[in-house]
Ligand binder design. Sequence first.
Ligand SMILES: [Zn+2]
Length: 269
Amino acid sequence: MATLVLFHAHPDDESIGTGGTAARAAAEGHRVVLVVATGGEHGEVPDDLAPEESLVERRRAETERSAAVLGIQRVAWLGYRDSGMTGWEQNTDPRSFHLAPLDEAAERLAAILREEEADVLTCYDWHGNYGHPDHVQVHRVGHAAAARAGVTEVWETTMNRDELRRFMDLAREAGAPEEELFDPESPMDDGNPMGTPEAEISLRVDVSAFVDRKRASITCHASQVTDTGMFLSMPDDQFQLAFGTEWFIRPGAAPSPDGPVDGWLLPSA
Ligand SMILES: [Zn+2]
């Protein structure tokens, strides 16, 4: 059995991005560890926060519940602050993750990789899927930490831009109002479109048997309902279509000319 470490920027990224992979790995008997870089300080503040309760405490508790639902055995926190979206004043906070010195942040993650004797690490693609400064930093720190700890199996999670466009076309044909659709080719706040073109993606991972777990784990992040509510309101068949596949890039390896290959990150049981 192998040890899989999932590296993410904020609480809730683990369920949306890699919830199916986590649940599938755990179901196959692998050890799954989640490392979260920040406390998600700039997320939505829920109405029911108690006077003595902080948003970070709430989000940690939600993440622990999400991890339990997915079969993740350990949640570790790197202790940085959420940097906020590009251009926010919080970007300048010296405790923010995107300003963390690369060596320092990489060593914090590498220490966990060594302790866990990690076999496989996941991080994000070069622009963090949509340009969030903390997500871009997950890409940089993930690779630097893997090099320090000698982890050679590194995969970058991404979104399949062509698949998103096909979903939007289907939704439009089904009569969805234009304001509920978006153009996956339009620039996100860093100027790049979301995700990665299909031709540059290495691996298509089937997690269709685990979408119920994934949905349950997204539900655990109840404080962030403005972000997650849209997903949770999808009918089951739509949710299955949108979340039953997870996409990964193998950095340094040329993708197949036929597009993503069906496969898996871990040795089969
Ligand atoms: Zn995030």
